[in-house]
Design a binder for this molecule. Structure first.
Ligand code: CP3
Length: 343
């Protein structure tokens, strides 16, 4: 058997069913792991870790060594794209990311691009790719243009993405220019990740849920379709997971309109509904509530069983509906693996 054929997660992404669904967890490398917290304390902040390819390699591998997940996800962040486009990026302890100057008060044309900032991330991809076993699928990722734009405009996370939504309506041509610049940087970045060894990539659209249907078409479906088109032209074997968080009733339109190979579902989606409504045979990923993982016990068992039964007849990758939370007990992750792998 070739190395490719033994990667269960990649096999499902290509449209095949596995008797036992492969599993990985969004944000699986990070603060709930004591070995991550120890390395972070030693090396300084999060960004220092992400741009240190030896540290980032070790962190990418930590959850694989501990739990044996079927997929490893590159340790980086969606905000390295604004950083390489020339915005300053830092993380405020206990608060989250900051980008400056904000596009609400500045212009993209004033930024000085810094392409060298991504070099260590691509080095991490090479190192992880060399270290992973032949069974583990290696996932790269980037943020989707809309979600990345919300941070670039607001300069930080925001509750309802109001400033980006305002700009998208009031200055659609300027906003389209920003989206095009992000598309272009993202295709380069993901193409370089694939060239350096990732098996598939995920597009995180964490704030896709804040848009009206017409704006969703314009700023979520169209830009993601463009990334899929350009990336597959650059790397014909590219395998792409789209994760439009909060898309709800617009999920089928997203899947058909973008041409992604697989669809990530958040925890607000009823898996039985999704299985009925989504194109037959389309691989799906998800969608356990991260809070059910924290609860553990019978709550976790019932929630996991419900998802497994809903997707029993479709290519399915087990995952959370959103990132694992820092206060998740390690033993609940171990229990989930046993539930999905049936002991
Ligand atoms: O899944 C993984 O473990 C791989 C690495 C990864 C990180 N961020 C590392 C990280 C991935 C895939 C991301 C994606 C990401 N980053 C998204 C999209 C997915 C989602 O959760 O909605 C977004 C919106 C970001 C931006 C971001 N990065 C925020 C808002 C924050 C602060 C809040 C938080 O969750 O900590 C980060 C920091 C961040 N990115 C950490 C990690 C491990 C925490 C850093 C730390 O404090 O040690």
């Amino acid at each position: 058997m070739s190395a490719q054929a033994s990667k269960k997660l990649l096999n499902v992404l290509k449209g095949n069913q596995e008797a036992v669904p492969p599993i990985w967890l969004m944000r699986q490398a990070g603060r709930y792991l004591p070995e991550y917290r120890a390395l972070r304390a030693e090396k300084g902040g999060f960004l220092a870790l992400a741009y240190d390819s030896d540290a980032a390699t070790e962190i990418t591998l930590q959850p694989i060594k501990r739990f044996g997940f079927d997929g490893a996800i590159l340790f980086s962040d969606i905000l390295v794209i604004p950083h390489t486009m020339g915005q300053d990026l830092w993380f405020e302890t206990g608060e989250g990311p900051r980008l400056a100057p904000r596009l609400a008060e500045s212009r993209l044309e004033e930024f000085v691009p810094a392409p060298e900032r991504l070099a260590p991330v691509i080095d991490t991809v090479r190192k992880v790719s060399a270290a992973l076993s032949a069974e583990t699928t290696f996932l790269g990722f980037a943020g989707s243009p809309w979600t990345v734009a919300t941070y670039m405009v607001h300069g930080q996370g925001s509750k309802d993405q109001a400033e980006a939504r305002r700009m998208a309506h009031a200055e659609p041509e300027r906003f389209a220019g920003l989206i095009e610049a992000i598309i272009s940087a993202t295709v380069d970045y993901l193409g370089n990740q694939i060239d350096a060894g990732v098996d598939a990539v995920q597009l995180f659209d964490s704030w896709a849920g804040s848009l009206s249907p017409a704006q969703f078409q314009k700023w979520v479906i169209a830009p993601n379709a463009e990334i899929v088109r350009r990336l597959k032209a650059r790397n014909p074997n590219a395998v792409i997971i789209g994760f439009p968080k909060g898309a709800g009733g617009k999920l089928a339109a997203y899947a058909e309109g973008t041409g992604v190979d697989a669809l990530g579902l958040d925890e607000t989606v009823d898996p039985h509904w999704a299985n009925r409504e989504l194109p037959k045979g389309l691989p799906v990923q998800g969608n356990l509530d991260p809070l059910a993982l924290i609860a553990g016990g019978q709550v976790l068992k019932e929630a996991a069983d419900n998802i497994l039964s809903a997707f029993a007849d479709r290519p399915h990758i087990f995952n959370l509906g959103h990132g694992i939370l820092p206060d998740t007990p390690i033993e609940n992750v171990e229990m989930l693996l046993k539930l999905v792998r049936k002991g």
